[in-house]
Design a protein around this ligand. Structure first.
Ligand code: FPP
Length: 231
């Protein structure tokens, strides 16, 4: 087994979690942010070195304005409030996705957090905000081929040598689709779908997903790995 792997998560089910409790949807997103923090704290001990989380899709702009504002506020404010905890935990936080449409105040907060956590070595947490895989791939197609990896990651200079390929893609909330998340990077990913709503996703759920992944890796261990290199 590889010493560290890349897990991506589609954190679905916040709205239903809130509705089931008679609460407005933003309560579900807030609970989801707590889950994110808990899961990222556990991940390194389970062998995860990179975690990419789908926090806000390009299509989420179409949601009710109050929900969009609530999500944006949550992203900026929650992460800003937790920055010291991230530094202490050895997390490096970075954003993927478009930056040009984010509210200026939140973008400034998020970029401050990126700078403050840049030295984190324990876990790379990539938060996808205003992200669409198709759009990223389209953009890549318009760029020079040698820029492919950098453009898909929409990352900063210096990140281009990172291996972005996803090893395990988890989706909570019961749907079995990728919803335009990391389409290129999931070419050989193991896919894991679970009915649990994201705010209820806990240590037991994460352990089950990773055990499942390790089992499938072992089952495939004799076959040559068809990993696709982007260089
Ligand atoms: C999908 O649930 C989830 C989202 C659209 C947002 C995910 C965001 C978070 C978990 C918070 C992220 C916070 C930080 C601090 C990065 P849904 O609303 O589509 O749920 P539903 O399918 O039950 O309606």
């Amino acid at each position: 087994l590889k010493p560290g792997f890349h897990v991506a998560i589609i954190m679905d089910g916040n709205g239903r979690w809130a509705s089931q409790r008679g609460l407005p949807r933003p309560f579900g997103h807030r609970a989801g942010a707590e889950t994110l923090k808990r899961i990222a704290s556990l991940a390194p001990d389970l062998g995860v070195t990179t975690l990419t989380l789908f926090a806000f899709s390009t299509y989420n702009w179409l949601r009710a304005p109050a929900e969009v504002t609530g999500l944006m506020n949550l992203l900026g404010d929650y992460l800003a409030r937790e920055t010291q905890a991230f530094v202490t935990g050895g997390w490096r936080l970075s954003l993927i996705g478009r930056r040009d449409r984010l509210p200026a105040r939140h973008l400034a907060d998020l970029e401050r957090i990126e700078a403050a956590t840049a030295g984190g070595k324990r876990l790379h947490v990539r938060i996808a905000v205003d992200y669409s895989a198709r759009e990223a791939i389209e953009q890549a197609a318009h760029s020079h081929a040698s820029d492919l990896a950098r453009v898909i990651a929409q990352s900063r200079p210096g990140d281009s040598d990172e291996v972005l390929e996803v090893d395990l893609m988890i989706r909570t909330g019961g749907d079995k689709r990728l919803s335009d998340f990391l389409l290129w990077e999931c070419a050989f990913a193991e896919l894991y779908f679970v009915d649990t709503l994201w705010p209820d996703f806990d240590e037991t759920c994460l352990t089950a997903a990773i055990d499942d992944f390790r089992g499938r890796e072992r089952a495939n261990a004799v076959a040559p790995s068809p990993r696709l290199m982007v260089s």
